[in-house]
Design a protein around this ligand. Sequence first.
Ligand SMILES: [Zn+2]
Length: 419
Amino acid sequence: MTTQALRINGERLWAALMELAQIGATPKGGVCRLALTELDRQGRDLVLGWAREAGMTVTVDQIGNAFMRRPGRNNDLPPVMTGSHIDTQPTGGKFDGNYGVLAGLEVVRTLNDRGIETEAPIEVAFWTNEEGSRFVPVMMGSGVFAKAFTLEHAYAAKDTEGLTVKAELEKIGYIGSEVPGTHPIGSYFETHIEQGPVLEDHDITIGVVTGVLGIKWYDCTVTGMEAHAGPTPMALRKDALQVAAQLMQEVVAVAHRHPPDGKGHGRGTVGMVQVHPNSRNVIPGRVKFSIDLRNSSDDLVEAMDADIRASAERLATASGLAIQIDLVSHYPAQPFHADCIKAVAKAATDLGYSQMPVVSGAGHDAVYMARLAPTGMIFIPCKDGISHNEIEDAKPAHLEAGCNVLLHAMLAQAKVVPA
Ligand SMILES: [Zn+2]
């Protein structure tokens, strides 16, 4: 059998997903397996047990990231790595993260079935606390690994009951000895459900992820003057909400001016509004609202930023009201590596799956890996684009297809040793 004809075992992948989903299963068919809980420990133990059965060695680092290794012929080469996370949201699904880890395991099981040796080693990782639900920051394990923040910062993070990451890692027995970030990576792939509606909308099986959107978060405050809604004529008002509403329209309009056209992927959202004093017969004197701007490159995010600020200035001049825009967070755009994008697209083409380039609007561990090594991602559709919800669902055929793409993308990097 040629390597080209090699396929993963979709039923075995599905069975592994369903078995892992039993740990922390919710009555509505989802999963609640929060980071560093007893259930997380059980999930970790199950996955690492499977890895050992598949002949892999296991290393755990000081933040609890686990690396499962299948040696290659030349073990001086850095491994071709895949991975994701197995922690979930409180009302999480069976596939978010878990799919990326178990797809990696299925790749190894498939290579074992056929006795295929690779030149470079292959590794499957799961990263600690990707979800950020119990402990902030999100993508904690991969973030420490990529030195986005320190191990001490992560250790000190507390849940709502005051329990720290360090104490909880110790309790479940997952503080390893390896210093985070010292583990070599040759290249990195991550398979993930899309968590959005684009692939399903286009009836496409494989999303070739070209990168992750850059994000800027702002707090915007419009200051007017409270006054009685009855006696104050329209011409003499300083209505902060009326001005804020116009600027909120601009946030959406600026995103529409950057449509998904192969270049831009503008997204603009106002998700939080506070009106002061929030009384039905008082003209609002102050409105504070959030602005979330996203686009596929930092230049495009900057262009949207300039656009919104110009609109704010124009509205402030026209109304005579003060408008203040404060940047509160900034995550740069993370384009993926051309070689990895090509490897994913080629694997999908060779396998005969429909594909399209997509961007990720959500963060993933792969964002941090992309700072360290050539990185790519594979998306598959999920039902109605829904995740972070117990009804999250994905089709077995899509899960199988994504895993086959992962197999061939990884083999192209790790190189098969001729039998
Ligand atoms: Zn995820």
